[in-house]
Design a protein around this ligand. Structure first.
Ligand SMILES: Nc1nc2c(c(=O)[nH]1)N[C@H]1C(S)=C(S)[C@@H](COP(=O)(O)OP(=O)(O)OC[C@H]3O[C@@H](n4cnc5c(=O)[nH]c(N)nc54)[C@H](O)[C@@H]3O)O[C@H]1N2
Ligand SMILES: Nc1nc2c(c(=O)[nH]1)N[C@H]1C(S)=C(S)[C@@H](COP(=O)(O)OP(=O)(O)OC[C@H]3O[C@@H](n4cnc5c(=O)[nH]c(N)nc54)[C@H](O)[C@@H]3O)O[C@H]1N2
Ligand code: SF4
Ligand SMILES: [Mo]
Length: 891
């Protein structure tokens, strides 16, 4: 495989997190120390990186890596492990047919990995039981595109955001989830203040801080909203009649379906006042250059596909598509969500944007692959797939680059299904993920920096990921694992790739195979590309046809991929309002935070990224909290309609709408076992796309009573955690732990000694208040703090950032040590407060003080404190703090 890794050489690669797809320049020195910076020449980011991208080097550590194959928890050779996987899959297929096996993959795989998996399953095993976490992410957008355009085409590009006069963000927290694109938008708006931004989200998020208009929409109110907009556009003469008659069909039917609601009903269905509705409609109607971006607030819904089409209908009706500064833009979440779609790695798709249900396409693909069979019907989509595992229809599953025991809805059912499945293979870079723990065979994968291939971002731009690190232990690339199993299943000649460039060349050739402009996805220019050219590949947008022609945008002049080349309006109707439930009165909305990535197997390794938000939480409106007797910083039980419940910290905020709560998806069995939110999330899915409604389950929230609450900073990770609630996070020099539950039977000191595996001779300093309820214990080694434990009957008021800093300071004399008992800086000394800027570790109190001292802008704060001057991800929060301080001063 790959030769020696380059030392002290700048390697151009791509960030492995979100779908913005930023270019990164990485370098490793002799000792393996890695540095990263943004690639100034990459057209996605022009040198910028967000907090996660800038902290990439901190997430590459050896800690927890899977280093060699394991079979039933025992180390095994690659040969033994691969033989076993091939044999078990073959035996299962022989005994029960091809549909008794499945692959569950990920939008974080490289295109080459994905291509090999899809080819093996659909062309050689002969089943379409290959689905991916993109089902939870992009499926509704794919289905919406295919219904309207005849293909899964993203018509716009990033530059359109900068050229637009109105940008509408629907169900997207772009400031936190696509931060570099958000920064491009914010910069464009600052340079051209006439540009307007509308945010449509039930919550007031960091993204809404630059919005001219925020519509706090009721869950799933989007469908009524965009239907209302379509009717408004028709009534006010904003329809582009020429575009509609030349390039589309079905507007009258779509209008008829949309026309039912009165204004009052529209207000009811959307939860938005008539004044704000009119303002939005007028803005949209009057502005020609409109871009509508949408993400999980649209896709993750039982009516996700209809929501996508309601948005596309408005763009088609006004002809605002495919021209500079105009168009719908589905923001893709994962780094290679798009690549996965291009190779057809979903249960209802074929390769190269061909359709599984189309016999001509099936024949093309089978002939191109020279395959013995070809899947002829759609396979099981994610939710159905795990149900089939549970009821025994699927008897062998291979899970690669995803953590479904955490991220699937009804996650405990998924866990139980895997526990009973006869054969589970997991390929991951980490060995202790909640899913990897259930593997019969664990295959160690090479990770970012070690692997090589291509990814496609939101704007159809294909970039290389290049390796610059040696493979750790026996880790191997995912495509290689799949190809080796394919060979062992008897398909040697068809999977004999010498490297990822071979796979890519074949993928490119298939995209052009008998494609006379009939299919959008065409990178025929790279058919048969050699390794040298592949290694030198610069980022480019598809299509890039054999003759070198390309296009940055689609559909300005029609040319849709339907049989008559016309786009389809899809008539959609808003769902009936859900009945209020007495037992589960609140809507559970879920999603992401700024500095963590999904199940935290990588970002959780960085102290810097763990500082911003270190605990799972439930955002709740103060009025709802009040009704339930919940105070800020209380712990709460969130109970789902399935009777399961989680424990998380309450965060009272008016940014949350009454009747709805928000819980992030990131915490796991490894980091906070009582806080796996997907155990409560219902697996109800959109009937067209199969995408589950991850943002609208029913829950109730009550105060969680615990006898003891505690906070611990410690140099080593505690091993024994017997508490109802705990959440652990990495810090500089150690760990921080929040916990609550019954006090340990043998006392705090014994527990601490056991949990931190401290020797019998370890001395503790102890403070207990006279009533015996407040305990503080300190352990030192020389001048170094090993552990500081703070326990009380209520959530303990300790300054967390200050306590964390004590781990890396020296504590020379007795006085300095006993000061730690206070749990906060001495009177007069500064307490920086909760971390806002993770790059420079600047806290909210420091920003507040600087604001009171005269700093009036985000730039001024940057000059005074450096905050916000590196990655810029915290700039929306700084702006918010400045605003709050200034408002208070004015009162
Ligand atoms: N920091 C960070 N960034 C990420 C990721 C990460 O884990 N961490 N993951 C990446 C991935 S894979 C994805 S898919 C993207 C997701 O990116 P986003 O979709 O932007 O993120 P989410 O937080 O899932 O949800 C977006 C918003 O939808 C809102 N919402 C909920 N229900 C509704 C509704 O009915 N209507 C409307 N209009 N809005 C609603 C929520 O309040 C939330 O603010 O982020 C990518 N980027
Ligand atoms: N409630 C709720 N649930 C959600 C969502 C939500 O908004 N709300 N969002 C959904 C969405 S949009 C998404 S995309 C999913 C994401 O959910 P997951 O895909 O389950 O989350 P990740 O943590 O990204 O999992 C990636 C896994 O791959 C491993 N890995 C990293 N690199 C490699 C590699 O190169 N090869 C291999 N083999 N493994 C690797 C990581 O260690 C990790 O275990 O969650 C979904 N679940
Ligand atoms: S915005 Fe951040 S997470 Fe997304 S690709 Fe760019 S650097 Fe990576
Ligand atoms: Mo996603």
């Amino acid at each position: 495989m790959a030769g020696l890794p380059p030392i002290d050489v700048d390697i151009k690669t791509t960030c492995p997190y979100c779908g913005v797809g930023c270019g990164v320049i990485a370098k490793a020195d002799q000792q393996g120390t890695v540095s990263v910076r943004g690639d100034p020449n990459h057209p996605a980011n022009f040198g910028r990186l967000c907090s996660k991208g800038s902290a990439l080097a901190e997430t590459l550590g050896a800690e927890g890596r899977a280093l060699y194959p394991e079979v039933h928890g025992q180390r095994a050779s690659w040969d033994a492990a691969l033989d076993l996987v091939a044999q078990r899959f073959k035996d299962t297929i022989d005994a029960h047919g091809p549909d008794s096996v499945a692959f569950y993959l990920s939008g974080q795989l490289l295109t080459e990995d994905y291509y090999v998996a899809n080819k093996l399953m659909k062309g050689f095993i002969g089943s379409a039981n290959i689905d991916t976490n993109s089902r939870l992410c992009m499926a509704s957008s794919v289905a919406g595109h295919r219904r309207a355009f005849g293909a899964d085409t993203v018509p716009a590009c990033y530059e359109d955001l900068e050229l637009a006069d109105l940008v509408v963000l629907v169900g997207s927290n772009m400031a936190w989830c696509h931060p570099v694109l958000y920064q491009r938008l914010a910069a464009a708006k600052a340079a051209r203040p006439a540009m307007k931004v509308v945010v449509i989200d039930p919550r007031r998020t960091a993204t809404s801080d630059i919005a001219d208009l925020h519509l706090a929409i009721r869950a799933d109110g989007d469908l009524a909203l965009f239907n209302g907009l379509l009717v408004y556009l028709a009534e006010t003469g904003a329809i582009d009649e020429t575009y509609v008659s030349n390039y589309t069909s079905g507007l009258p039917e779509a209008l008829a379906a949309a026309s039912h609601a009165s204004l009052a009903e529209l207000c009811e269905a959307t939860g938005v006042s008539a004044i704000l509705l009119r303002r939005f409609f007028r803005l949209f109607g009057e502005t020609q250059k409109v871009v509508t971006c949408y993400s999980q607030g649209v896709n993750q819904s039982c009516v996700g596909t209809d929501k996508v089409n309601a948005i596309l209908n408005c763009h088609l009706a006004t002809g605002r598509i495919g021209c500079p500064g105009m168009g719908p833009l589905s923001l893709t979440g994962q780094p290679n969500a798009m690549g996965g779609r291009e190779v057809g790695g979903l249960a209802n798709m074929l390769a190269a944007h061909m359709a599984l249900e189309n016999p001509v396409h099936r024949e093309h693909v089978q002939r191109f692959w020279n395959a013995p069979v070809i899947a002829h019907k759609a396979g099981l989509k994610a939710v159905d797939m795990f149900e089939a595992v549970a009821d025994g229809r699927i008897k062998a599953i291979w899970i690669m680059s995803t953590n479904p025991v955490v991220s699937m809805p009804d996650a405990d059912a998924v866990k139980a299904a895997l526990q009973t499945c006869p054969f589970v293979v997991v390929s991951d870079i980490q060995k202790d993920t909640d899913t990897a723990r259930l593997a019969h065979v664990l295959l160690p994968a090479s990770g970012w920096g070690e692997k090589s291939g291509t990814v496609t971002n939101t704007e159809r731009r294909i970039s290389r990921q290049r390796s610059f690190l040696a493979l750790p232990g026996e880790a191997r690339a995912d495509w290689w694992q799949l190809a080796e199993v394919a060979k062992r299943m008897g398909f040697r000649a068809h999977f004999n790739y010498s490297g990822p460039s071979d796979v890519y060349a074949e993928h490119a050739a298939l995209s052009a195979f008998e494609n006379d402009g009939e299919r959008d996805f065409d990178i025929g220019a790279h058919a048969g590309i050699d390794t040298e050219a592949y290694d030198a590949l610069l980022p480019f947008q598809w299509p890039l046809r054999q003759d070198g022609s390309s296009t940055a945008r689609f559909f300005a002049d029609g040319g849709f991929f339907t049989p008559d080349r016309k786009a389809r309006f899809v008539p959609v109707t808003a769902p009936a309002l859900e009945e209020a439930s007495e037992w589960h009165p609140l809507t559970l909305n879920t999603g992401r935070i700024r500095d963590h990535w999904h199940t935290m197997t990588r970002t959780g390794k960085s102290a810097r990224l763990s500082a911003h938000i270190a605990e799972p939480f439930c955002e709740i409106h103060p009025a709802d909290a009040d009704k339930a007797g919940i105070g800020d910083a209380d712990l709460v039980n969130v109970e789902g309609a399935n009777g399961r419940s989680i424990i998380v910290r309450a965060l009272l905020t008016e940014r949350q709408m009454p009747g709805s709560v928000f819980v992030p998806m990131h915490w796991t069995g490894e980091t906070a076992p009582s806080a796996r939110v997907d155990t409560l999330v219902s697996s109800r899915a959109d009937p067209i796309s199969g995408q589950p409604a991850l943002k609208m389950s029913r829950v109730s929230v009550t105060r969680h009573a615990a006898r003891s609450h505690g906070f611990l900073v410690t140099a080593s990770r505690p091993v024994d955690l017997p508490f109802a609630y705990w959440a652990i996070a990495k810090t500089e020099g150690g760990w921080r732990l929040e916990f609550a539950g019954d006090p340990p039977g043998d006392g705090w000191e014994n527990w601490l000694r056991r949990s931190l595996q401290l020797g019998e001779t370890q001395q503790f300093s102890e403070y207990a208040d006279p009533r015996g309820s407040d305990h503080r214990l300190l352990a030192f080694q020389g001048e170094r703090l090993l552990a500081a434990l703070f326990v009380g009957p209520k959530p303990v008021s300790v300054s967390r950032p200050w306590a964390v800093d004590q781990l890396s300071l020296r504590h020379g004399d007795f006085q300095a040590r006993s000061r730690l008992f206070a749990g906060r800086p001495m009177a007069g000394a500064a307490d920086k407060g909760a971390i806002v800027c993770s790059c420079f570790s600047v806290g909210v109190n420091q920003i507040d003080t600087a604001a009171r001292g005269g700093c009036r802008s985000v730039e001024a704060i940057g000059i005074a404190l450096n905050a916000g001057t590196n990655c810029g991800s915290c700039r929306p929060e700084i702006r918010r703090i400045l605003h709050a301080t200034q408002t208070l001063a004015a009162e």
